[in-house]
Design a binder for this molecule. Structure first.
Ligand SMILES: [Zn+2]
Length: 388
């Protein structure tokens, strides 16, 4: 099957992040099995979703994981000029469809190159690692990366995450953590604001603390020019609380996210915030004994990626992608999770992130061709005896 035919097939499965992915999973699984490759599944507890991984080539240490996600973002509320789940060639050199770019284009390149991989005399193996639920918070990749380490007696060295990067190597990614904070105060007539504890007033104090924390990090010179913006950011995106102007609010909550540069520690920032919350609880429980502040995780943290420019994976990707401009991104991806499991990791894939998640998402045919070229060069690298 040509890469375009495979991409059309993959796009036809409208599997959104959070949904069961068994339809697309089974198709890919059967396709891979056709070439005599054993496919391993990493299912969720309910058995409604699964990641898959497989190994092509010899059972030896080293080699590379090609990683991608099977899920896509929704199309509701977007104005598409074509059917998002039918890959459409408008004759303008682009192939339109949801996920064509993010990131079924890369998966299609992996699958289209599979026959060549199987035929080649690989000295080091290639692994496929395809996940689900990436678009709702990179939920499945940590387990998938661990499964690869435990399933095989040998360990791959590299992980290439094929997110759309216009085939440029991406070596840095901010860490991301999403939290919810709940403030429990005491209700009363608004005139009694000094006798009660307003959950809204306290929530606002906490929000300002978070903003000040971000400003303090910046003032302390905690900057990494590889990223845009170069500092860690803390942002509150949703606030709720209160019922009327003359009623002191007993409940308030807000959602916030942290996007950290590699030198800043997500957990340390959260711990400092928690210490401030305990201090406020102590101060205000004298007025209202049940006053409390509780912060819970909305999304597990997605770790940062901080691959050094002289890392061996960078040299490899430069050789096979034909691009030497290193870059960083501020979106979440699974690369940091693979790096956390000890694999030398970087992002590089066909298509532009600018086309991802929007109406009329497309991948340029020229990008798809470059993706196939990368697979070709990778096979040659791994077939040569001198690959590390
Ligand atoms: Zn993606």
């Amino acid at each position: 099957m040509t890469v375009e035919k495979i991409l059309a097939k993959l796009v036809s499965f409208p599997v959104l992040g959070g949904e069961s992915n068994m339809s697309i999973l089974n198709w890919i699984k059967d396709y891979i099995a056709t070439y005599g490759v054993t496919v391993n599944l990493v299912p969720n507890q309910e058995g409604t979703k699964a990641s898959l991984h497989c190994r092509i080539g010899p059972a030896v240490d080293g080699g590379i994981i090609l990683s991608g996600h099977m899920d896509v973002v929704p199309v509701v509320g977007q104005e598409w000029s074509t059917d998002p789940f039918v890959l459409t060639d408008k004759g303008d050199g682009k192939l339109y469809g949801r996920g064509s770019c993010d990131m079924k284009g890369f998966l299609a390149c992996c699958l289209a190159a599979l026959p060549e991989m199987v035929k080649a005399d690989l000295k080091k193996p290639i692994y496929f690692a395809f996940s689900y639920d990436e678009e709702v918070g990179c939920l499945a990749a940590p387990e998938l990366a661990r499964a690869i380490k435990t399933q095989y007696g040998e360990t791959p060295k590299y992980a290439l995450i094929g997110e759309p990067s216009l085939m440029e190597p991406i070596v840095g990614q901010k860490g991301i953590y999403i939290l919810e904070t709940y403030v429990n105060g005491s209700a009363g007539h608004s005139s009694r604001i000094k006798q009660e504890v307003s959950a809204i007033h306290e929530a606002m104090r906490l929000i300002l603390w978070l903003e000040n924390k971000m400003d303090r990090l910046i003032a302390d010179g905690r900057l990494d020019d590889r990223f845009h913006p170069p500092h860690s950011s803390i942002h509150i995106g949703l606030v709720n609380g209160g019922i009327a102007p003359n009623v002191i609010a007993d409940k308030a909550h807000f959602y916030w996210d942290l996007r950290t540069i590699p030198m800043d520690d997500i957990q340390a920032i959260v711990a400092e915030f928690e210490a401030y919350c305990r201090q406020r609880e102590n101060e205000l429980q004298g007025i209202f004994p049940d006053f409390s502040i509780k912060t819970v995780e909305n999304h597990p943290p997605v770790p940062h990626l901080d691959t050094k420019a002289d890392d061996a994976i960078v040299a490899l990707i430069k050789r096979i992608s034909g691009s030497s401009k290193l870059d960083t991104v501020s979106y979440a991806a699974e690369a940091g999770q693979f790096a956390n499991e000890g694999f030398h990791s970087a992002i590089c894939g066909p298509g532009s992130i600018a086309q991802a998640h929007r109406a009329d998402e497309f991948i340029a045919k020229e990008q798809l061709a470059k993706g196939m070229e990368m697979m070709d060069k990778l096979i040659k690298e791994l077939s040569s005896g001198n690959f590390a």
